[in-house]
Design a binder for this molecule. Structure first.
Ligand code: CU
Length: 673
C-alpha cells in the first residue's frame, strides 16, 4: 500500500496550503480510509451541531454516563525488564540500546544531552530512576478496538487498556489515582501495529507519545512530541508526582532544596497522545484519560467533608469531546483540514449525550475539554451557578460561584454542582456557537446544546459536604510577584503557508526557542496575531498565573493557576511562569491539536545559569531517545523509514520536513516488522 496521507507527508511535500493542492497532481491520492468509507469522507467542512446524531437513529440521554475504571498498580519489581534495565544494554556506556520492535525492548529515553547531570549543579538527579525509587508500576497497552457510540454500530477507536486491570479498552482510558510524592512508573506498549494487532483499520503503524498534561516531570517522561513509542515497542514513563520547590533567595542553591511549593500542588491532570504530526488524529480517536493526584491537604478536605469523597462516587471526571462519523460508523478525520477537527455529535466520557442519576447532594465534577478544536461555554439548564474551585491542574485558594465559563481545548475546571434543591432534570449545556475549527462564533444563550443530563432523585441528603461560596481550599496559595521576574519573552502566533508559526518559525524538535535559567521566573507574552483563529496556549513542565488577558484581569476561574490560556482573535495574554527542577526539552504550543500538528509549537529548555541548550537547531537528537533517525543512509541501513526528522521548513530544500531527497520505498514504512 502506498503511504497514507497524513500531516507528516503533507508537510514533507510542501503541500501545506490547501490551495496548492489538487488531487489530480498528487501522485498517490490514497484515501486514509478505504472502501465504502471513502465516499462518506467527502462531506467537507463540518456540518455544525444542527445535524447532531442524524446519521444514526439515536435517542439523546438514553445511555448512562461511562465512568472509567481506576488504573491498577503493582508493587515495584513487577515489570520485566525492570524500569531502567535493558536486556540489550551493553558496551562501555551501559546505556540502553535502541529497541527493535519487541514489547520487551523498553525505551527509557535518557540521552546524555537531556540527562541533567551537570557538574556543580546542586539538584539531585530527578531525571534518573536510580536516585528516586518508585513504589508503583503500571502497564498499559495502546491499541485499536471498537466501541459503540450508537446502539448496534461498531466504531473503531484507539484506546488505553489497563493490562493489570484486565478491563476492556475504551475511551477515556483508565483513571490514575496518584499520591503526592509517590513516584510511579507507567509502561505503555504501543500495539497500533500494521501486522501484529488484532485490528488495524489504518493500514499502517501508528506511533504515539504520552503527555501527562499538567504534570511536573522529567523531560524524557513528558511526552515530547518526537520521543515516540514506536509501534510494536514500549516506553517507561517515570512520573515522580512531585511539585516544584520554592525558589530560595539564592536561586542556584534553592532549585532543588527548598520546600515543595504548595501553590503548585496538582490535582486534576490528564494523559493524552502527543506524537508529532499525528496528535490530532490520535486524540480524536480516543487516546485520553484522567490522572488525579491527592496530597495531604486535599485528603484532609475530603476527610473533613469539605470536598466529596472520590471513593464514594461523588467525584467524577467528565471528558467532553465532539465526534464526527462517516456513514459506515467509522470516525471521520480530514487530514487536509488544518482549521481543526470539529464534530457534530457530542460525547461525555465517550458516550453520546449520556445521562447520570444523582442524589440531592453536592457532587464534584472535573470537567475536561478533550476535543481537538471545539470550545465550550458551559452553563446549567436551570440557571444555577457552578461552584468553581479549581482550574487546570490546580485548586483555588477559595471557591467561587460562576454562572458560565469558557472551556478551551485541554482546559479543566473543577466544579461543585449542588443538586439539593435542583429540579428533577438538570442539563449541562454548551452555548458557544461554532461552525468551524478556527474559532467560536460567539455565545448565544438562546441556542443551548445539552451535553448531558442529570436525573435528580430522592430527598436532600443529611451531612452533605460543606464546600460553599468562599470556602478556603488551597490554603497556602501564593501569587507570583512581578518582582521575581528576571526576563521577559514574547511569542506571537501567526499563519504561514497554510500552517502555523510562533515568532515566524515552524516547530522543529532540534531547536529550542527559549532557554530560561532554572530556578527563575519570567513574564511571557502570548500574542495571537491571526484574527480569524483562536489559539489556546499551553505550557509543559509548569503552569503559569495570568497577569493580564487583553489588558484586563482574567475572569475569576482563570485568576489563579492555569496551564492554558485561550486567545481569541487578536488577543494578548501576559503570564508569569517559573522554571524549576528539570532541564528540557519541554514544549509549549497551541492546544487546538490540529494547529499543534501543523507546527504551532516550540521547545523551551530550562538550563542552569550559563549552560547552553543542546537544541541548537542542528544537533542530532539521540535516536535512542527520539526514534528520529538522522539521515537517509542510516534510515536505509536500519530499514527504519518510519520517521522523518522534522527540520525547519525555512531552511530545508523543497520546503519539506524530513528527507525530501531521500528515495524511500514507502511500502516498507514501518518498524522492522
Ligand atoms: Cu491554534
Amino acid at each position: 500500500m502506498s503511504q497514507p496521507i497524513d500531516r507528516r507527508n503533507l508537510v514533507k511535500y510542501g503541500l501545506v496550503a490547501l490551495g496548492a493542492f489538487s488531487l489530480g497532481q498528487w501522485k498517490t491520492p490514497v484515501p486514509f480510509l478505504e472502501g465504502p468509507r471513502e465516499a462518506s469522507a467527502q462531506s467537507g467542512p463540518s456540518s455544525g451541531s444542527s445535524k447532531s446524531g442524524t446519521l444514526f437513529s439515536y435517542r439523546p440521554f438514553s445511555q448512562p454516563l461511562f465512568i472509567p475504571s481506576i488504573a491498577e498498580s503493582r508493587p515495584r519489581g513487577t515489570l520485566s525488564p525492570a524500569p531502567g534495565q535493558y536486556p540489550r544494554a551493553g558496551g562501555p556506556s551501559g546505556r540502553p540500546s535502541v529497541p527493535h520492535g519487541n514489547f520487551n525492548d523498553v525505551a527509557h529515553g535518557i540521552a546524555p544531552e537531556f540527562d541533567g547531570r551537570v557538574p556543580g549543579f546542586p539538584c539531585p538527579d530527578w531525571n534518573r530512576f536510580s536516585s528516586h525509587t518508585h513504589e508503583k508500576e503500571y502497564r498499559l497497552a495502546i491499541e485499536e478496538t471498537v466501541q459503540s457510540f450508537f446502539p448496534g454500530v461498531d466504531t473503531p477507536i484507539f484506546a488505553y487498556r489497563d493490562i493489570f486491570g484486565g478491563d476492556p479498552a475504551r475511551t477515556p482510558g483508565p483513571t490514575f489515582l496518584a499520591r503526592f510524592r509517590e513516584p510511579v512508573v507507567a509502561r505503555f506498549q504501543n500495539h497500533l501495529t500494521r501486522n501484529r494487532g488484532p485490528i488495524n483499520t489504518t493500514g499502517h503503524d501508528n506511533e504515539t507519545s504520552i503527555h501527562l498534561h499538567g504534570s511536573h516531570v522529567p523531560a524524557h517522561a513528558d511526552g515530547a512530541p518526537d520521543f515516540y513509542i514506536l509501534a510494536g515497542e514500549a516506553r517507561d514513563y517515570y512520573w515522580p508526582n512531585i511539585e516544584p520547590r520554592v525558589t530560595q533567595p539564592d536561586r542556584r542553591a534553592g532549585i532543588c532544596t527548598g520546600a515543595f511549593d504548595p501553590t503548585w500542588t496538582p490535582s486534576t491532570l490528564w494523559y493524552h497522545d502527543h506524537a508529532m504530526d499525528v496528535t490530532g488524529f490520535n486524540v480524536s480517536r480516543g487516546l485520553a484519560g484522567f490522572y488525579l493526584m491527592f496530597d495531604e491537604r486535599e485528603e484532609q478536605l475530603i476527610e473533613d467533608r469539605v470536598l466529596p469523597d472520590p471513593l464514594q462516587g461523588f467525584d467524577i471526571g467528565l471528558a467532553l469531546t465532539d465526534q464526527r462519523f462517516n456513514a459506515d460508523g467509522t470516525l471521520f478525520f480530514d487530514f487536509f483540514n488544518h482549521d481543526g477537527r470539529l464534530g457534530d455529535v457530542f460525547t461525555v466520557n465517550g458516550t453520546v449525550q449520556p445521562f447520570m442519576q444523582v442524589q440531592r447532594r453536592k457532587y464534584r465534577f472535573r470537567i475536561l475539554n478533550a476535543s481537538n478544536a471545539r470550545i465550550y461555554q458551559l452553563r446549567l439548564s436551570n440557571g444555577q451557578p457552578f461552584l468553581v474551585f479549581g482550574a487546570d491542574s490546580w485548586l483555588f485558594p477559595r471557591a467561587g460561584l460562576v454562572k458560565t465559563f469558557e472551556l478551551a481545548m485541554g482546559q479543566r475546571h473543577d466544579v461543585i454542582i449542588d443538586f439539593r434543591n435542583a429540579p428533577n432534570e438538570v442539563f449541562i449545556e454548551n452555548i458557544m456557537i461554532q461552525t468551524s475549527g478556527r474559532k467560536g462564533d460567539g455565545v448565544d444563550p438562546k441556542k443551548p446544546t445539552a451535553l448531558m443530563k442529570f436525573v435528580v432523585t430522592g430527598a436532600p441528603v443529611a451531612n452533605d459536604v460543606i464546600i460553599d461560596n468562599g470556602t478556603i481550599i488551597r490554603d497556602q496559595w501564593t501569587p507570583v510577584s512581578d518582582n521575581e521576574v528576571v526576563a521577559t519573552r514574547s511569542f506571537r502566533s501567526d499563519r504561514a503557508m497554510g500552517a502555523w508559526t510562533i515568532n515566524n518559525r515552524f516547530f522543529n524538535p532540534r531547536r529550542t526557542d527559549a532557554v530560561p535559567e532554572l530556578g527563575t521566573t519570567e513574564e511571557w507574552t502570548f500574542e495571537n496575531n491571526s484574527g480569524g483563529w483562536w489559539h489556546p496556549f499551553h505550557t509543559h513542565l509548569e503552569g503559569f498565573q495570568i497577569k493580564s488577558l487583553n489588558g484586563k484581569t482574567p475572569p475569576f476561574e482563570r485568576s489563579f493557576n492555569s496551564d492554558l490560556v485561550n486567545l481569541h482573535g487578536g488577543e494578548v495574554a501576559k503570564v508569569l511562569i517559573k522554571f524549576r527542577t528539570f532541564t528540557g526539552p519541554f514544549s509549549f504550543h497551541c492546544h487546538n491539536v490540529d494547529h499543534e500538528d501543523m507546527r504551532m509549537m516550540a521547545f523551551f529548555d530550562p538550563r542552569p545559569f550559563g549552560q547552553p541548550s543542546p537544541l541548537d537547531g542542528e544537533a542530532r537528537i539521540d535516536p535512542e531517545v527520539s526514534g528520529v533517525v538522522p539521515d537517509c543512509t542510516e534510515l536505509e541501513e536500519e530499514g527504519r523509514i518510519y520517521f522523518d526528522v522534522a527540520g525547519d521548513l525555512d531552511r530545508l530544500e523543497d520546503r519539506g520536513v524530513g528527507f525530501p531527497n531521500c528515495d524511500f520505498d514507502m511500502n516498507k514504512r514501518g518498524n522492522q516488522l
